[in-house]
Design a binder for this molecule. Structure first.
Ligand SMILES: C[S@@+](CC[C@H](N)C(=O)[O-])C[C@H]1O[C@@H](n2cnc3c(N)ncnc32)[C@H](O)[C@@H]1O
Length: 438
């Protein structure tokens, strides 16, 4: 690879290099190599190397750049569009860009850099702080150029501390404080709260990004099978993040040992810390709890309340106005995000299954108890409400239903949803009472 200061990306791996070589050999070089006025390559280092190897005259374009920083930016933007980088490689590219800014003496604000790389300005500030700490760059420049091109003084964050012992703790928070608090002096607790809020915001926006890229029909696998017949090749041990299911509520499901079998399988399939979230009937609630509690750590009971006055199913002729949703953890438990243990549903969705649950409620549970990209299993799929919720939220899902008629109605419903992502829910959204802050 010819030495060029603008080559900030890791070299292509062998497979990608072979593919590029093959394409240049058969179709010729499609995009020109971009050089600056001094003949230094800014974009297209690999294409140049391959053309030389193949003895092909390269197509070159010389471009005028107003500054060194503009060259770095052009190189980065072209490569980011072509290359798929993992998190670590992306971080390194951004850090090398930050180092290059220092070399060129150009000042660009953290917000502007964040916009260019599609990361938050706090991430940029954290990288700057890490580079400063490791000595790869000097202190932050005193002025920064904003989107409008104007130079402005860089405002510093400050935290008032009560004594020398707190200095180190406060110093750790400084790089993660949001820009809007620069120029203010915060007390330690407010600073910590502000950092925690920023970190959650970043985590959720990263999850949204993963979720968007995971919404594919192949991520949802439905089987016509009893859950006892699911094969190891479909769900391996400790592969599952969440088992979310609406099991039959009758005593037979418990008496026949099926609930126990399901709990045994959950124990086998779930990762440590994985969650078991089960709708159970309120009539046999104590018996269901007794079966699960031998193997799982109790987390909570979510009550899904019927907004109507309830249904007269109870043996004592009383009305049943709620459904318990039990949340258990295969220890150790760690919350993914805050949830509310009170859900209120309005209207019914029973078009695909007599015991169908509202899709919005399944989505709410999946959102609280899993992350995008996670694997969810629903062993009592019915009309596959959980699977559809998983699909729409960018989670993977394996589900099964043993009844042939229900399985086929459920798969039809799934097909309808994956070909029209808006479809799937007919009733009003369930109302979440006391919805916790994100
Ligand atoms: C309460 S329903 C699930 C309804 C589902 N939540 C929905 O929204 O459509 C329970 C389903 O589990 C199925 N089922 C019962 N035992 C099963 C087993 N051993 N393996 C697979 N499915 C089973 C039943 O046929 C029924 O369709």
């Amino acid at each position: 690879m010819p030495p060029s200061p603008y080559n900030l990306f890791p070299p292509l791996d062998r497979e990608a290099l072979d593919a590029l070589r093959g394409s240049i050999a058969t179709e010729g070089q499609l995009d020109p190599i971009i050089k600056d006025e001094q003949g230094v390559t800014v974009i297209g280092h690999h294409r140049e190397m391959i053309c030389r190897e193949l003895g092909v005259a390269p197509k070159i374009e010389v471009r005028e750049f107003r500054s060194e920083a503009e060259k770095y930016l052009a190189a980065i933007q072209s490569n980011l569009a072509r290359r798929h980088l993992d998190q670590a490689a992306r971080e390194e590219v951004i850090k090398r860009y930050l180092c290059s800014l220092e070399e060129t003496g150009d000042f660009v604000s953290a917000r502007e850099i964040g916009r260019r790389f599609d990361v938050s300005h706090n991430t940029v500030r954290r990288y700057q702080a890490e580079l400063e700490a490791s000595g790869r760059i000097d202190q932050l420049p005193e002025r920064a150029r904003g989107k409008d091109g104007k130079l402005r003084p860089t405002k510093r964050h400050s935290i008032a501390v009560s004594g020398p012992a707190s200095i180190a703790r406060a110093a750790k928070l400084l790089p993660d404080l949001p820009n809007r608090l620069a120029g203010k002096t915060l007390d330690f607790r407010s600073a910590r709260r502000a950092v925690q809020r920023e970190q959650s915001k970043e985590k959720y926006s990263e999850w949204d990004r993963i979720a968007k890229s995971s919404v594919t029909a192949e991520n949802v696998r439905l089987h016509h099978s009893s859950f006892q017949g699911l094969q190891d090749s479909w769900i391996g041990p400790e592969e599952v993040d969440l088992l979310l299911s609406d099991v039959p509520y009758d005593a037979k499901f418990i008496d026949s040992g099926q609930l126990k079998e399901l709990v045994d399988l959950a124990q086998r399939w779930l990762k440590p810390g994985g969650l078991l979230v089960l709708y159970v009937g309120s009539i046999h609630l104590p018996r269901s709890v007794a079966v699960v509690q031998t193997q799982f750590e109790w987390v909570d009971m979510i009550v899904s309340v019927n907004a109507s006055k309830g249904q007269p199913y109870h043996p004592h002729k009383s009305l049943i106005g709620y459904r318990p949703v039990l949340v258990w953890s295969k220890s150790p438990f760690a919350a993914i995000r805050p949830w509310s243990n009170l859900l209120s549903r309005c209207g019914k969705e029973k078009d695909a299954h007599e015991w169908q649950q509202p899709l919005t409620e399944a989505k709410q549970l999946a959102e609280w108890f899993s992350k995008p990209g996670d694997l969810i299993v629903d062993p009592c799929g019915g009309s596959f409400t959980t699977a559809i919720a998983a699909y729409q939220l960018g989670r993977r899902c394996v589900s099964c239903e043993r009844d042939e008629r229900r399985y086929s109605r459920g798969t039809d419903r799934r097909k309808q949803v994956t070909s029209n992502p808006e479809a799937g829910s007919t009733a009003a959204e369930p109302l979440i009472l006391q919805h916790p802050a994100k």
